[in-house]
Design a protein. Structure first.
Length: 424
């Protein structure tokens, strides 16, 4: 069994301090910030050390190509633009993930896939594997949607799932436009569908599991069946600001009360049908301790096992919110900011990987995920896509407590290298 080199552990140590909070131990790796610039520089340095050619697509994504001498052209290496021609039209295999995080997030969500992908290339080289088709490693931008509100923004732009015009209208919480934020850290924005997508035939994204399924199955690594449909919805409650002390309770038009009841209704409705509903972010105006709010804006994250159930859940939460707002003398408007349909990962690719890895790993578990991923965006764009999960002993994610044991991380590297050997 070819083992990952010490490079994985060294790369992990190098990344560990970047964006880490000294108080909570969590990570704040927002896109288009100085911290993310350090992460991008680290990625490019690691790629350069491995002889990979890095392509920036103008959407904030970095794609690094493994250049392989072609027998028909002597020792001349391929360039990114030549991959299809140099391999007789064979499409490439994409691996990787993202480097950004949610506010005060964990170390593994995203970076584990990027570091493991680079380490998997090292394993292939140690085995003497020369790919018959291109391999590319990605570092997608703004996967979490933590700054501009649209999850998987980099892959959505690259695949054409969101238009450049719509993306250019995005603002962060401080009002900074996306294009200005990109330019501020030296990213030259040329938004739109990326040409590298035409040179990719399949995508295998390795990710820490965001749950305990693999723990219950006593398996270090698994594959994914698909992603639950999910969406992000903005709830705008408006009322009338007034004095907290002099305004009688019966005279108030308090949007905070309307929001509070709606949040409770969301929890109750999700529990009744074993779905997911979370109000995890809110903004209050004027946000004073001694003032009744004039406005409460809150964001609902809803995830369900079917698209029909997602529509039903959100509609019921909205109905109850409007009903309460009417009783409070307030008003509610709901806006869908991003909605992703159900994703089924390519059954042929998944079964091919499961069969190809069986000699070393036995029958890998194949499990669903309720979390969104760039893999889901590329699957919807027609790329044959699979996901590989690494066991998370706590099941906790989007939190400083997110974790994976080093032995399982290294197992993930070997499994990803095995998958690549099957595909290339």
């Amino acid at each position: 069994m070819t083992e990952p080199s010490d490079d994985f552990e060294q790369m992990w140590r190098d990344l560990a301090p970047l964006g880490r909070s000294a108080t909570s131990g969590g990570y704040n790796r927002a896109p288009y910030t100085s911290v993310e610039s350090e992460l991008r520089a680290w990625f490019m340095e690691q790629c350069a050390a491995r002889g990979l050619e890095v392509e920036a697509d103008g959407n904030g994504n970095l794609i690094a190509w493994w250049t392989v001498p072609n027998e028909r052209h002597g020792d001349r290496a391929e360039t990114g633009a030549d991959h299809g021609a140099e391999h007789g039209g064979l499409s490439g295999v994409l691996i990787g993930s993202h480097l950004d995080s949610v506010p005060d997030g964990g170390a593994y969500d995203g970076p584990l896939g990027v570091v493991s992908s680079l380490a998997a290339l090292d394993v292939l080289r140690d085995r003497g594997v020369v790919p018959s088709r291109p391999i590319a490693v990605d570092a997608f931008a703004e996967e979490e949607g933590s700054r501009f509100g649209i999850a998987c923004l980099g892959s959505r732009l690259a695949s054409g799932a969101i238009t450049p015009e719509a993306a250019a209208e995005l603002r962060d919480r401080d009002g900074m436009p996306l294009l200005d934020a990109m330019a501020a850290v030296g990213v030259q924005p040329t938004l739109g569908r990326a040409t590298w997508l035409d040179r990719i035939g399949s995508f295998v994204e390795l990710h820490v599991e965001q749950g305990r399924d693999l723990v219950d199955r006593d398996a270090p690594v698994g594959l994914a069946t698909g992603i639950w449909p999910h969406g992000r919805y903005r709830f705008d409650f408006t009322g009338a600001a007034n004095h907290a002390g002099t305004t009688r309770m019966e005279d108030r038009r308090d949007p905070m009360l309307s929001f509070a009841m709606t949040a409770l209704a969301a929890s109750e409705q999700a529990q009744l049908t074993d779905q997911r509903a979370t109000f995890g972010r809110m903004d209050v105006a004027p946000n004073g301790t001694n003032a009744i709010p004039s406005r409460v804006t809150a964001w609902l994250d809803a995830r369900c096992d079917t698209e029909t159930e997602l529509m039903r859940l959100v509609a019921e939460i909205k109905r109850q919110g409007i009903e309460r707002a009417d009783g409070d003398g307030t008003r509610l408007e709901v806006t869908a900011e991003s909605v992703s349909g159900e994703v089924t990962f390519d059954p042929l690719l998944t079964s091919t990987l499961r069969a190809g890895l069986a000699d070393r790993w036995g029958e890998l578990p194949v499990i669903p995920t309720m979390a969104g991923h760039d893999a889901g965006i590329l699957a919807a764009a027609g790329v044959a896509t699979a996901m590989m999960f690494v066991r998370n002993p706590t099941g906790v994610s989007h939190s400083p407590q997110e974790h994976a044991e080093m032995t399982d991380c290294l197992a993930g590297v070997v499994a990803l290298a095995d998958a690549l050997e099957v595909l290339v």
